[in-house]
Design a protein around this ligand. Structure first.
Ligand code: SF4
Ligand code: SF4
Length: 429
């Protein structure tokens, strides 16, 4: 379907200070790519129409919603990491948007300032702001970074020159004193958000926000379980897309639409309707997050005839596998329960991080996959080094595993395709 278009909204982009000419070119290219990668799939669930619509409204309808919220005095906050507690922002009546860092297009802007040999996600994020080519970046009140990896925390110092950048300190070890620091940081973030919202967050506000986010995470868990069915009723590309949209859509609407899709997927499972032949090779992805619009590896894998049945990443299970205990009451205890949930996210920035290794093996078994493709973005030291432990665990368990280190460019696509096809063949494809 080549007539797909991401809608334009030049007057709003102009009012936000976006470089309209450049951005419009990127919008058209993204729409074309989307049509080729997603709308060419056969036998897609009907419920994907909502998510196609969200992509069509990516740079228009959703931006208008953010601006309308700002007019009502609600803060709009940009984030880059799943360690930032969205519940606090929602509790204050605000909106949290994950700012994409998955595009090659913004990297030349970043490389005018940042070193070339750092992670493409960090460069992509910085370049979007430096080049004024993202209406989300221009619409937010401020952004919230974190001290996870070195590339990020040093980039926030420079990003702060372009947009107010609040930084949340995330410890490197999960020792009791690290967790105590973390809780303090959650409290400080709450104060910061309350200042932006001009209102104090009550226990009732926080309880409601926790419910909203738990429901959203439960819907994503439901999608993930359905992907695990054999044969899988939805493609890995569509599942990744939904997980990417989760970072910018309105959470209650998103949850409702995802549950509608999951109802359909349940019926497909009952009826044995799949997107790929029943004997297609089942692959699980692990590693660094695939931020919108990074569909590169998923497209290569599924174009080779395999189906991706699980994403162990921050645009995947790390975002939704853990919930906050809703039975806790009292602001201090609720914030502690919230921190407790966030500390279970097993990012490779932590040391030690053995829980991630066990989690990868668990997800491999749960998803009935036949092999793992473990991906790291180029120059991401923590995931690159943690690959050693993932590989060792896979060898010990007899799990076929392939490691890919890549960036957002198209330069290595040919080589990756050859490697992925060989891996799929090894898995019986
Ligand atoms: S990989 Fe780590 S630093 Fe990156 S988004 Fe996930 S939790 Fe945050
Ligand atoms: S992928 Fe790695 S280097 Fe890049 S932002 Fe995430 S943790 Fe940092």
């Amino acid at each position: 379907m080549s007539d797909f278009e991401i809608k334009a909204c030049p007057e709003i982009w102009q009012s936000l200070g976006v470089d309209v000419e450049r951005f419009d070119k990127a919008r058209r290219m993204l729409g074309e790519t989307y049509g080729k990668i997603f709308l060419s799939q056969k036998n897609r669930p009907q419920g994907m129409a909502y998510f196609d619509g969200m992509i069509a409204e990516l740079h228009s309808g959703r931006i208008k919603e953010l601006l309308a919220a700002k007019e009502q005095g609600r803060p709009v906050i940009g984030t880059f990491c799943v360690y930032i507690p969205e519940e606090i922002v929602i509790a204050a009546g605000g909106i949290c948007v994950g700012l994409c860092g998955g595009s090659q297009g913004s990297i030349p802007d970043a490389e005018k300032v940042l070193p070339r040999n750092i992670c493409p996600m960090v460069k992509s994020v910085y370049g979007f702001k430096a080049g004024r080519i993202c209406p989300y970046f221009e619409a937010v009140d401020f952004v919230c970074g974190e001290t996870t990896c070195d590339a990020k925390k040093k980039t926030w110092e420079l990003l702060d020159r372009l947009i107010p950048t609040y930084v949340m300190e995330i410890p490197q070890c999960k020792k009791p004193r690290g967790i105590a620091l973390w809780l303090d940081e959650v409290k400080a973030f709450k104060t910061k958000v309350e200042e932006a919202a001009g209102k104090a967050i009550t226990e009732a506000d926080l309880a409601a926000a926790i419910k909203v986010m738990n429901n959203k995470r439960k819907a994503l868990q439901r999608l993930n379980s359905l992907r695990h069915c054999k044969p899988s009723p939805i493609s890995g590309k569509d599942s990744l897309l939904i997980e990417q949209i989760a970072f910018y859509d309105e959470p209650i609407r998103f949850t409702k639409q995802l549950n509608i899709l999951c109802d359909e997927l349940e019926q497909r499972v009952q009826a044995g309707i799949a997107v790929v032949p029943a004997n297609a090779v089942r692959v699980m992805m692990a590693g660094t997050p695939m931020a919108l619009p990074n569909w590169k590896i998923h497209n290569i894998v599924e174009s080779a005839g395999a189906v991706i049945v699980n994403d162990e990443s921050c645009i995947g299970t790390r975002y939704f596998k853990d919930l906050i205990d809703e039975s806790v009451t009292g602001m201090d205890k609720m914030l502690a329960a919230l921190t407790d949930r966030y500390k279970n996210i097993d990012c490779s920035c932590f040391t030690p991080n053995n829980e991630r290794v066990s989690q990868v093996i668990k997800e491999f078994r749960d998803s009935q996959a036949q092999g793992i493709i473990n991906c790291s973005l180029q120059f991401c030291h923590t995931y690159n080094i943690e690959e050693v432990k993932i590989r060792e665990a896979c060898e010990q368990e007899g799990i076929p595993c392939m490691f890919i280190e890549s960036d957002y460019s198209q330069e290595d696509v040919g080589q990756l395709r050859t490697r992925v096809e060989a891996f799929i063949e090894q898995l019986g494809g």
